[in-house]
Structure formats: structure tokens, C-alpha cells
Design a binder for this molecule. Structure first.
Ligand code: SF4
Ligand code: SF4
Length: 383
């Protein structure tokens, strides 16, 4: 047994096999296989870490099918930290699989978000178009890239209430720039100056997913935001990852706005109809702040804000999961689209760029909550 596994083994051994997590696990609900359940995976991982189970193709299939949605943690009566065990298993699994050139190139690219943006622009100018499963990314890039926020400082309007730093992310700067601009619009209107450090980098979530060291990325972000007390992020998955390093300093935009000053000075025009909210797993199960977007949207006069039914179920996006496990991801997205179809909502609101990309790829009218409220405050953007 490797020494580095000892904590993870102890954590896995805290599972008392009660099975309460099983009905909440999206993959178990689909396959009804114990090996695709939280309890089954904890047993498998504990066995592998102790050297009792080989890290072979079958083992990897069951672990890779996990969305890391952490629904199991939310309901576990023994508070087993499933994610901590999974994280310990990532590097050995990637070693067993062998690191492909494509994976290395992807991780290298997201570590340099400036390059991501430049390559995105070159790609759009080239007229080439991504095929099949990448077409969601393509459509979002065409919509998002032209609006990338370039300035380092966006000054508050009127009397100043404070200063914040804005986290840009790696993929969000290609595909969800309207959320970034809308956040700047709302924050400035409420009296907050927004700093956008240009030397910030990716949050490291993809590196962690592939068992790589994300510490250099966190260090770079720490330096980039060293002069800034409060960091806001428009992507809940990035907020969740950044919270590991910047706990107490980083907030999801909806959480920051809920407690922000200056609402009395802005006009919010009415919205007729229903806004259904899709809770990203990162906001619901990791940050435990799923109520925040509702409170922001409820500031819009006339808006009927409702939770999308079966909100506890992951949409299947889960970082790069929709690319690596397309069959399960599509099955979960089918379920989500079915409830969206029945919801009669004019817009689906979600706080995570990955969820938005998947839902939009299936034709749903989706926007970040901050984009929806910014539009009612005069921000020009089509949804
Ligand atoms: S993280 Fe999600 S998919 Fe993975 S075992 Fe837990 S509930 Fe199931
Ligand atoms: S709910 Fe917790 S203790 Fe019960 S089987 Fe699941 S992980 Fe184990």
C-alpha cells in the first residue's frame, strides 16, 4: 500500500454500506450495477489502493463512469468524503491508461487560457467547423468569443461600494463571455469596481480530473489575485475548485450579488413568464449554495422562478465527461431535456458553463442567472 493512499483508504473504510446513497447516484440509477454505485466504487477503490484489486480495464470503466457529481456525499449519513477517495485514485488510473498526446495537449492548453482564446479566434476566422460531439463548443464559441472582456479594470458607476476580482476560467472565456460581461455590468451598476487580472489562469479542475498536479495553476492564480480580497466567478465548477485554495475569498457571482449593496439604485425591468433553474452539481453538492441564483432571479419583477423538476440529477456534462462518456452523458441529458420540454419555461437558468453548453447543444434556451438579470438592467445580449 502506498503511503499517499492511507488517508483515502481510511475515508473509504468509513462507508458502512448502508446503501442510502444508491438511489441518488445517476449512474447506478441507469445501470443498476453495484459497481456503478458509490458504495461499489468505494469498495473497488479501497481494494485497488490496498493492492487487492487490479487497476485493469474493467475497474477503470466503473470508476470513469462516475460523474463526480457528489450527490452521494450529500445524502451519506456517515459523511463519507467520496471525492477525496476518487481524487486519490485519479493518478494511478491515468498511469494505467497511459497519458495520450491529446490529453497532454489539452491540459497544456487550458494552463494557458490566453492561448485558448487566441486559438478560438483563429479557428472562428478560419471558417472550419467542429464535428459531432464538439458542435456544442463550436456554437457557444461563435456566440461568446466576440464579447471577451479585455480591460484590466472596469470602474464602478456612481458612488463606490467596493472592489472585486473577476475569475475568467479557461473554457468560459471562449464560450460564456456574456456571463463575464453581464457580471461586470451588474457589479459596476451596483457600485463595485471589477478587476480582471490578465495573468490569471485555469482553476485546475481538468488537471485534477486527469490526476495531474494543479498546484502551479493555483499558485499563479494566487499571485494574480494577490491584491484583491474578494474573487467572484461565474462558473460554479470553477468556484468549487478555487474554493480549495481561496476559501472565504472566492464566491459564486449569485452569492456575492445576493449580499451586495446598491440594489436600491438600479432599475430592473419586468420579465413576463417562467424561468426554470437547473442546479449544477458543483453549486448544489459541493458549494451547497443552490438557493443563491433563485434569490437573484426573484429580484426581477414579474418573473416566476421555479426549480427544474428532478434538479438533484446531473445533466451529464460534468467537465469533460460528455466527451469521454458520451453514452451515459446523453442518457442523462435525455432525462433533463424531457423535464425541460414539460416545464413551459421561457428560459432555463444555470450557473455553470458546462451545463449550459450541454443543454444549449440540445436546443434549450439557456442563460446564466447573471445574464438574465443584467438584461433586465439594460445589458444588451440575445439569449
Ligand atoms: S459522485 Fe455521483 S456518479 Fe459518482 S458515485 Fe457519487 S453519486 Fe454516483
Ligand atoms: S450512504 Fe455513505 S455510508 Fe451509506 S453506502 Fe453510501 S457512502 Fe456508504
Amino acid at each position: 500500500m502506498k503511503k499517499s493512499f492511507s488517508n483515502a483508504i481510511l475515508e473509504a473504510e468509513r462507508c458502512v454500506s448502508c446503501g442510502l446513497c444508491l438511489p441518488n447516484c445517476p449512474t447506478y440509477r441507469k445501470t443498476l450495477s453495484e459497481a456503478d454505485s458509490p458504495r461499489g466504487r468505494l469498495n473497488l477503490m479501497r481494494g485497488a489502493m490496498k493492492g487487492e484489486i487490479p487497476i485493469n480495464k474493467r475497474f477503470i470503466e466503473h470508476i470513469d463512469l462516475c460523474l463526480d457529481c457528489r450527490s452521494c456525499e450529500k445524502v451519506c449519513p456517515n459523511h463519507v468524503q467520496y471525492d477525496a477517495v476518487l481524487r486519490a485514485m485519479r493518478a494511478p488510473i491515468e498511469e494505467a491508461k497511459g497519458r495520450s498526446l491529446l490529453k497532454k495537449a489539452s491540459l497544456g492548453l487550458v494552463s494557458r487560457p490566453g492561448w485558448v482564446e487566441k486559438m478560438g479566434r483563429l479557428y472562428l476566422e478560419s471558417g472550419l467547423r467542429l464535428p459531432g460531439k464538439y458542435s456544442n463548443l463550436d456554437a457557444m464559441m461563435q456566440r461568446g468569443l466576440p464579447a471577451f472582456p479585455k480591460k484590466s479594470v472596469y470602474e464602478a458607476k456612481g458612488e463606490k461600494n467596493g472592489e472585486v476580482g473577476l475569475f475568467l476560467g479557461c473554457i468560459a472565456r471562449l464560450t460564456d463571455t456574456h456571463a463575464l460581461n453581464a457580471a461586470i455590468h451588474v457589479l459596476n451598476s451596483l457600485g463595485y469596481t471589477v478587476h480582471v487580472p490578465q495573468d490569471q489562469t485555469c482553476c485546475g479542475a481538468l488537471h485534477v480530473r486527469y490526476g495531474e498536479d494543479a498546484v502551479p495553476l493555483m499558485e499563479k492564480n494566487r499571485q494574480a489575485f494577490s491584491e484583491i480580497d474578494t474573487i467572484v466567478s461565474t462558473s460554479s465548477a470553477c468556484t468549487a475548485e478555487l474554493s480549495r485554495e481561496f476559501q472565504g475569498r472566492v464566491q459564486d457571482i449569485s452569492g456575492f450579488l445576493e449580499n451586495a449593496e446598491g440594489w436600491e439604485r438600479v432599475e430592473i425591468s419586468p420579465f413576463e413568464g417562467k424561468i426554470a433553474v437547473h442546479d449544477p452539481c458543483s453549486l448544489r453538492n459541493v458549494l451547497k449554495k443552490e438557493a443563491m441564483p433563485y434569490r437573484i432571479l426573484e429580484k426581477i419583477p414579474g418573473a416566476i422562478v421555479e426549480a427544474l423538476p428532478a434538479n438533484g440529477q446531473c445533466c451529464g456534462s460534468a467537465g469533460s465527461y460528455f466527451l469521454t462518456e458520451p453514452e451515459m452523458a446523453n442518457a442523462l441529458l435525455d432525462d433533463k431535456m424531457e423535464v425541460i420540454g414539460k416545464s413551459e419555461a421561457k428560459i432555463i437558468a444555470t450557473s455553470n458553463v458546462g451545463c449550459a453548453m450541454s443543454l444549449r447543444g440540445r436546443g434549450a434556451r439557456v442563460a446564466h442567472p447573471v445574464v438574465i438579470i443584467a438584461r433586465q438592467m439594460g445589458y444588451q445580449c440575445s439569449i
